[in-house]
Design a protein around this ligand. Structure first.
Ligand code: 5RP
Length: 243
């Protein structure tokens, strides 16, 4: 019996194999997206495990002479990019962003996304909105016919969160306050995240508008009409979807 079999017996081994396939798909998508980066560009850096792979590749290329300025979408991404010596400016300092590369939790055939699994949706959305080009990178499990299998994250102001939970419960959205290590999850802006069940919702743009009308909801993880290109790792290959 190999060390791998000892460590991952029966169904655990299957899970391990699935994980490595997904990790390879993420890496393929990340490397493909980096091909769009040119010297002189200001590049928005997304958040999450797929974005991390893209940032690591950018770090490697910067060490080999690529001249870019990164704009991080989260504290986590800022720290990683700094470790890799990628020159950075903040969102506030960036006059324009040529290209943003970020991950996603789900995408549908119309290039609509659910994001915010990592809790960075607010800064990610500001980056995407202000970028000339938005490239989303994903493994094949993120591709869905219809958004909603993944719970929709929304960012809320702590003071208003209980009131928002009441309103969303009346809307049958089953809000759950996100918790991490026994504490309320806190975003980089000091806010909370609620995860909503939107499986039964058919009109997603209308839901987005209704959510934005509720005072205290800062932003939603629905990225509608923001992605220009989605690059997906699919087994050994790559699929690219364009607007
Ligand atoms: O929206 C995000 C963070 O707020 C991430 O892009 C999303 O959660 C995907 O993460 P991963 O690449 O780890 O699957």
């Amino acid at each position: 019996m190999s060390a791998l079999e000892r460590e991952y017996p029966a169904n655990k081994k299957f899970k391990y194999q699935l994980m490595t396939t997904i990790d390879h798909e993420k890496k393929r998508a990340a490397l493909e997206a980096v091909k769009y980066v040119r010297s002189g560009m200001t590049v928005g850096l997304g958040t999450g495990s797929t974005a991390n792979l893209m940032i690591k590749e950018l770090g490697r290329q910067v060490a080999n002479g690529l001249n870019i300025i990164g704009v991080p979408s989260s504290e986590h991404t800022r720290k990683l990019a700094l470790e890799l010596h990628i020159p950075l400016i903040s969102l506030a300092e960036a006059a324009r962003i040529d290209l943003t590369i970020d991950g996603t939790d789900e995408f549908d055939p119309y290039l609509q996304l659910i994001k915010g699994g990592g809790g960075a949706l607010l800064h990610e959305k500001i980056l995407a909105y202000n970028s000339d080009l938005v490239i989303i990178i994903a493994d094949s499990q993120k591709q869905v016919k219809r958004l909603g299998s993944f719970k929709l994250p929304i960012e809320t102001i702590p003071l208003a969160t209980q009131k928002i939970i009441q309103s969303l419960t009346q809307m049958q959205l089953q809000p759950t306050l996100r918790v991490k290590e026994g504490q309320n999850f806190i975003t980089d802006e000091g806010n909370y995240i609620l995860d909503l069940n939107i499986k039964h919702i058919t009109n997603i743009p209308s839901l987005n508008n209704r959510l934005k009308e509720i005072p205290g909801i800062v932003e939603t993880g629905l990225f509608l009409d923001l992605a220009d290109i989605i690059i997906v790792g699919k087994g050994e290959s790559i699929r690219t979807y364009k607007k």
